[in-house]
Design a protein around this ligand. Structure first.
Ligand SMILES: [Zn+2]
Length: 386
């Protein structure tokens, strides 16, 4: 487990370990001393453990994240009983020895009781320690490695746009057209305002891999559009295994208007720069999330956007190519809700879309559909005059 003890991960291990002590019996030890862990309390029994999962603060949207590590002391099986203080069981347990490749715990090993407030997991013990988590762990250092890999393939600028409450860098990736154009057109992609929303994060990374790929379409796209991506907007929440909020207990996707938090302020500063330059125009904003189904929350069709009808054209083009992939286009007229979507649409009049992936959407299907959504996004935007 040595690889956790570097940089941000070390800080995380220290902060998280303060939340819950490791606990053990004759069969295994359970701990939460790693980035992304959430195990609020742990009581060992003879052959079982009762793990309590609390949110970071309340009230809170019910996305009960949990993640702990099991270190076997002998072979056999244990029951881990998860008790939620504030929500019902939502995420199907995933298991991994290395924190990279994950498998779902078989349904026959999961028993929900008390309407999902209590869930018993039967875990088979081998010889290796393994993680049990609500979704795959996609951590700050995973993003660092991913950014490095993408930036090695095509020319990109990687820079911090600010710092989180706890001082972690908020990294942006930018691609700038090689030949300067009189009108600068920007697209903005962001993700992980909400830490447990890993499926949305997986989609975002696959989406950006297409936009930043070395294909003729992506090259044409980047020759015209400035692309700015902020894939990890709530690094503190991810490190601390939060259900939804940043370290100040604020839902970042309700802070687009108040702008009380450094994470949202950092992105606002980018938008301010675009707005301040008479030759610059924002053309599109996509904000990646997860929910219980695949859905795009968009402007109402009757609300004008510039470019006009982008969303209808984009989603129709993608749907033609995605016969087996279910997704919903949910119109959500501009409301008082202070989300990134509403803020960006109100300020710029551009298509501003919350791109939601289902918690349980098949991971290969996420990737396959995202390729299409990314390609059709580029084709559709390139179809408008500069
Ligand atoms: Zn969300």
């Amino acid at each position: 487990m040595k690889r956790f003890l570097t940089g941000i991960a070390l800080a995380a291990a220290l902060t998280v370990s303060a939340a819950a002590e490791a606990c053990e019996n004759a069969y295994a030890m359970l701990d939460g001393a790693f980035e992304g862990a959430r195990m609020s309390a742990c009581e060992p029994g003879d052959r079982n453990f009762v793990v309590t999962i609390d949110p970071e603060n309340t009230p809170i949207n019910p996305s009960p994240w949990y993640a702990f590590r099991v270190t076997p002391k002998q072979t056999g099986a244990i029951n881990v009983i998860i008790r939620y203080s504030e929500a019902q069981h939502r995420y199907r347990p995933k298991l991994s020895e290395d924190g990279k490749s994950w498998r779902r715990l078989d349904a026959s090993h999961i028993r929900e009781r008390r309407k999902g407030k209590k869930v018993t997991l039967r875990l088979d013990l081998g010889t290796e320690p393994f993680f049990v988590a609500a979704q795959e762990l996609l951590r700050a250092d995973d993003y660092e490695r991913w950014i490095e890999a993408v930036a090695a393939r095509v020319p990109l600028t990687v820079f911090p746009i600010g710092e989180s409450v706890e001082g972690r860098p908020l990294m942006a990736i930018e691609s700038t057209p090689e030949t300067e154009r009189p009108n600068k057109e920007f697209v903005l992609f962001m993700g992980r305002q909400h830490p447990p929303e890993v499926t949305g994060a997986l989609a975002m990374l696959a989406f950006l891999e297409m936009v930043f790929s070395d294909t003729p379409l992506a090259r044409d796209f980047r020759a015209r559009f400035h692309v700015i991506a902020v894939p990890l907007l709530n690094p503190d929440g991810v490190v601390r295994g939060h259900w939804r909020h940043n370290v100040n207990g604020i839902d970042l996707n309700r802070d687009w208007g108040p702008f009380t938090q450094p994470e949202t302020q950092a992105v606002k500063a980018i938008l301010d720069e675009i707005a301040a330059d008479p030759n610059s125009r924002l053309r599109l904003m996509l904000d990646f999330h997860s929910t219980r189904r695949n859905v795009f929350y968009t402007q109402a069709n009757a609300e004008p956007t510039d470019p006009p009808a982008f969303t209808l054209r984009w989603l129709a083009a993608a749907r033609e190519r995605l016969a087996g992939y279910e997704f919903e286009h949910a119109e959500r007229p501009l409301s008082k809700l202070t989300t990134a979507k509403n803020y960006t649409y109100r300020r710029f009049g551009v298509p501003a879309i919350t791109y939601e992936i289902g918690d349980r959407t098949d991971r290969a299907a996420i990737r396959a559909s995202t390729v299409v959504f990314a390609q059709e996004m580029m084709e559709t935007l390139l179809g408008y005059n500069p």
